[in-house]
Design a binder for this molecule. Structure first.
Ligand code: NCD
Ligand code: ZN
Length: 345
């Protein structure tokens, strides 16, 4: 008999859905697996107002095929000097679920990001008061710091001070990549959590240089050494509710990845839950996948668990090398591999 795994329907607590034709191409991949997703606001221009987020939410809803129930959870892109009233109002009206801190120039479309966290202290104060989560891209942007150290240095230089200054602020340390981040989050108070991507569980930094340059394994924060990957796998499969699912699926057309200066981002949405299932199976922790994928995120955000369930089947699942999208193609994570779990429904 085919081995089956039934899970409460998961949510994706960190995804890039883009806009326009790319949104139309990728929306279903997320919506068919996940009931809800925290949608990143790093569009051009970034989503900095409740009105812009509400309009973007409508475009996402329109992009998802009829018959698929999906709830986009919107985020506000924090900029220097942002007015706390806009966040409080947007949160109160059910438009903003959370706000996102991109240190200026840390990653794709972050040019408008925060130059110094003190610039957003009034916003953080308001968010702490109303219980609105802060989502952090946790890397320093100082180019004198080695790229593989930027997350660990961010903890020391920025995050520890923020946590001390706003001890009750709900914080999600997004897409963590290091043992340093695992240790920090694990030992912090319960209002501090982290998301972990499928790719950081599956690859270490060698994947980017395996026989040549491999741009489809390049994302930010960049994959680190094996010891960090192992710490992430231990954290994700530990059953500790501070660690939950966030894919950081970040589509970039193939020609912008395979370029002189290739974009950062891995498109993992089409086989996201299958990828996580592989990691959890390898760790002998399939019984802990549901907590990580479907329970810990909603609990942290104070949202109800999804009422419905999905089924995964143990069956060879070939991943295509390319997927057409927006007049070009996307190379999905695991391109050309055969995964051993298949999302059925
Ligand atoms: C993301 C993107 O392309 O928007 N890229 C990435 O490598 N993860 C931005 C981000 O989350 O850093
Ligand atoms: Zn991201």
């Amino acid at each position: 008999m085919t081995e089956r795994l039934r899970l409460r329907r998961p949510d994706d607590w960190h995804v890039h859905l883009r806009d326009g034709p790319m949104l139309a191409a990728v929306a279903d991949a997320t919506a068919r697996q996940f009931a809800r997703a925290i949608v990143m606001p790093n569009l051009k221009p970034p989503v900095t107002t409740a009105a812009a987020a509400a309009a973007y939410r409508e475009r996402i809803r329109a992009a998802v095929s009829p018959g698929i129930a999906f709830e986009p959870l919107m985020t506000c892109y924090l900029v220097d000097g942002i007015n706390p009233d806009e966040l409080v109002r947007g949160h109160g009206e059910g438009i903003f679920t959370a706000a996102k801190l991109y240190p200026a120039h840390a990653t794709t479309n972050s040019a408008h990001g925060v130059t110094d966290v003190r610039q957003i202290y009034p916003a953080l104060d308001a968010m702490q008061r109303i219980g609105m989560p802060l989502l952090i891209h946790g890397e320093v942007t100082d180019h004198n710091v080695d790229i593989f150290d930027r997350e660990a240095v961010f903890i020391e230089r920025t995050l520890k001070t923020m946590v001390a200054d706003f001890p009750a602020l709900k914080i999600v340390f997004e897409h963590i990549t290091t043992k340093d981040a695992v240790d920090f989050v694990r030992d912090a108070s319960p209002n501090i959590a982290a998301t972990i991507t499928p790719h950081h569980l599956a690859i270490n930094r060698n994947a980017m240089f395996d026989g040549g340059m491999r741009p489809h394994f390049y994302c930010l924060p960049v994959a680190k050494r094996e010891l960090h990957r192992l710490a992430l796998r231990a954290a994700a499969t530990s059953g500790n509710p501070k660690f939950f699912l966030g894919t950081d699926s970040a589509p970039h057309a193939v020609e912008t990845k395979e370029a002189d200066c290739g974009c950062a981002g891995i498109y993992n949405a089409p086989f996201a839950i299958e990828s996580y299932a592989r990691t959890f199976a390898e760790e002998g922790a399939l019984d802990r996948l549901e907590g990580f994928a479907s329970e810990f995120g909603p609990r942290f955000y104070g949202l109800p668990l999804n009422p419905d369930f999905i089924t995964l089947e143990r069956a060879p699942t070939p991943v295509p090398g390319r997927i057409s999208a927006a007049g070009s193609e996307l190379v999905p994570f695991h391109a050309g591999e055969v995964l051993d779990w298949r999302f059925v429904a």
